[in-house]
Design a protein around this ligand. Structure first.
Ligand SMILES: [Fe+2]
Length: 327
């Protein structure tokens, strides 16, 4: 198996995926979609940005929508286990010759911004301002009732190389999709820090680009309700894939596209993975249950369209994965 052993004493301690910023061209239109339709809670608004979170999250934000001339994605945010971990991370990036710089970021304080070896912008922080938990403030429940950010998925032009980098940071592989045969290449990988299926997934394709961000929801009925709402409020064309159940992760899912084209997943019912000897699951690229347990392949847009990271050029994948496409 072309994978590395779990590293249980990483060079610095990332706790989980935490937040992301998306560049949008019309803040009012974006707010209507993310707040009123999807159901995220608006925590703060400035002239150029809207800060949102799920009802379970005590941190100030897990999504920042910022006004930009073109849609793009910003840094993928990860929380670390303590302020000293930021210094350890800076030492690590310096030793690897990777771009990194400290910044003071509104609401989240001292933040280390860096580029991973693929050029993907990530940011690490420890202290974000706290807000009241809204989990039992049921009057705030709207849309799909998103509870918390669960993961990011990114297009990676070199899945094996990017996977090896995050494995070296202590991310652990839970599932992967691989070509058949003795030298089958990995076309997708699911990596976690927090103890469920993933914080970060890698999908073979032109990148780095953000494929999607995913919010955890209470159950499948919340996802079906969102389908009903979107289908009757002018967002029918924004329903891209699902609802369905993934083979990989076992999660019930739905993918939607926002008015600027960013892809959001609503996700529930995966499983826990925190045992240090947890074994990853291999999927053949030819198994139709991999994408959707019930056999339906994903549409072509799902394999080809993603959000560029601002200022980061993307490049073609090292190989073309032979995936089933629904057209
Ligand atoms: Fe996902």
């Amino acid at each position: 198996m072309p994978t590395a052993k779990h590293i249980l004493d990483p060079p610095f301690n990332i706790v989980r995926s935490s937040h992301v910023s998306l560049g949008v061209t019309d803040l009012g239109r974006a707010r209507a979609f993310y707040e009123e339709t999807l159901g995220l809670h608006v925590e703060d608004v400035s002239k150029d940005a809207i800060y949102l979170r799920g009802v379970e999250e005590r941190q100030h934000h897990s999504l920042v929508l910022s006004k930009q001339p073109e849609p793009n994605a910003g840094h993928l945010g990860f929380k670390v286990a303590g302020d000293e971990e930021l210094d350890k991370a800076a030492h690590f990036f310096r030793a690897k010759g990777l771009d990194h710089t400290f910044a003071e970021v509104e609401y989240q304080g001292r933040t280390l911004r860096a580029l991973d070896p693929s050029g993907m912008p990530i940011e690490l922080y420890f202290k974000m301002e706290k807000r009241e938990r809204l989990l039992q403030n049921y009057e705030h429940y709207k849309g799909a009732q998103p509870q918390r950010l669960d993961h990011f998925n990114v297009f990676a032009p070199n899945v094996q190389g990017t996977m090896n980098f995050y494995l070296s940071l202590g991310f652990r592989l839970t599932e992967y999709a691989q070509e058949d045969g003795p030298v089958g290449r990995i076309a997708a990988a699911w990596l976690h820090r927090k103890g469920n299926v993933h914080d970060l997934a890698l999908t073979n394709g032109r990148g780095p680009r953000l494929h999607h961000l995913a919010y955890w929801v209470p159950g499948p009925l919340n996802i079906i309700h969102l389908c009903d709402v979107m289908a009757t409020t002018g967002y029918l064309a924004n329903l891209e894939r699902g609802p369905g159940r993934h083979g990989i992760s076992n999660a019930f899912f739905l993918y939607v596209r926002c008015p600027d084209g960013h892809r959001c997943e609503f996700y529930t019912s995966d499983y826990q993975t925190m045992d240090p000897d947890h074994e990853p699951i291999r999927w053949s690229l030819t198994d139709p249950r991999r994408q959707t347990l019930w056999g339906q392949p994903a549409p072509r847009s799902w394999f080809e369209e993603g959000s560029p990271f601002g200022g980061t050029p993307s490049r073609a994948a090292l190989f073309e994965a032979a995936v089933a496409v629904a057209d």
